[in-house]
Design a protein. Sequence first.
Length: 257
Amino acid sequence: MPKRFVVAASEFTDLPRFLAGFELADALTAAARHLHGAGAPDDTLSTAVGLAVRLLPGAEHAGIAEVQRGGRLRTLAWTDEAVRFAAEPRHGGREPHPDWEHLWTTPVVRTDDSEADGGGNILAGLGLRSALSLRLRADRRRLTVLTAYARKPQAFDEDATRIGRLFTAHVALALDSATVREQLTEAMRTRDLIGQATGILMERLDIDAAGAFESLVKASQRENVKLRDLARRIVDTADSAKDGVKDGAGGRGVGER
């Protein structure tokens, strides 16, 4: 179940609309500050959809979705429920909008009027007449799409497309930066966790650090469990044993006889 992230465009009061020239440059700079200040990748995506509505001429709603090869998708952030339904036109199968397939090979797909096919389009059913879909990130397996929507036809022109491409470049940079920060933070936490588990094994088995780490690695391979998860299990078990002793539960600690 995807998390829900909703940001109102009104939160970004330092960003003017109807941008051009130096005003556009200033607005993109302010947007970049918001994006890089968001923190975690999920927060960056949440911030991006709110900024998209504020920055892109004609935009009233926005969402970000991740599409996998073969059509499966996850909706990552959206400004309102209509956007979430627009991104997932076939509930149950969770298949993306067919126009997004073009984004594997082209950076932008624009829908000028969703009612042009006689009203059968999912967007038309939601009252969304226009869409501007921009490729945010792509690799061999995944495609991340930022889409702006409007309730009137032909809402997005070349200016909106140009600003959208500039904006998604900033979003992609901020998202990469947030992802790296998150990975580094997780690596530090994992290192500390493995260090704690190694210390526990040193005390429990009366061996040195190298032997304790080797024992941890072998156990990880034997049980087919990630080293981090096994370390967490050891640390949690040791903490539970300590709590049991403090509470007078009379239980045995890990490794005790």
